[in-house]
Design a protein. Sequence first.
Length: 310
Amino acid sequence: MTSLRKLERDFAHADAAAVAGLLAQLGDEDIMARFGLEARLADLQEEIARLDAVGDEPTASAALFFGGRPVLGQRGIESEFAGTIITKFQDIVAKVLAHETNGLGQRGVVANKAASTLHITNIVRGSFGFLLEEAGPQQQMVETPLRAAVDEATRLLDAFGEPDEEEFRTAIETIDDRLLATARDFFDIMCSNGATLRLVSGETDRSFGTEAVERAAERATSTTVHDSEEILSGQLGGVLPDAHQFEFRIDPPQGTIRGRIDRALSAEELSRYNRDWVNVDARARVRVKRVRRNDAVVRETFTLTGIEAP
């Protein structure tokens, strides 16, 4: 059961327990009140049974619960804060979807942004929050690209608040600079407003207390991403066409580098690389992504785009 389904089930169980408690307090003379509460309890038990039986939803959904200074318990939330932070979350999802599908350019309009649209479909309890869902087909059978993008956006935000520094660095290996900038805005807004967050999507249920929000904001500010196109001289160790991975030997201190292969290179071309260029002097054209924390390189990844003669 996904975390969102579990949330609905937990809420229904909490309501059922509250109604059962009220019933236990009623005297014999409270007949009408008893009828009403018994009917409500029966409805909640049916809802719990339905949630137990239903399968995982293949469309996108996320619940964001806010606490802290902008929130008045379960009564309300500052409108300016709520509108801004939900917009930033939507922007992160849009950029993740573009990055995973058509690619996210360095500037300009985010590709296919309309396909990333989430709708606020409910106000949810647990401090004060919003349920965002994809308006997908009612009979959708397979996981949608937007569902995958929302889950990845949640995983990425989770990484910024993760106490373990190494897990954070591993999680952001493939992050895009525009996506990083939006995550920075998201946590800056959270931090400056003294807000806390519980974010639920798919199997992820992550709480950001004050310490986690401050840690995430600091990481987003001190992390930078730089992409470059480089040509490296050395020898091809080999490529794995199915896995789209390569190994290339260059002079120390780097020695052997490994990474992904651009999807634009066909299986036929990769087979030719194995046939013609393994252990032969060559030049590799690569895209290099360097992730820096406080100006120190913490992650370096390579994507092969071509092999040519020296």
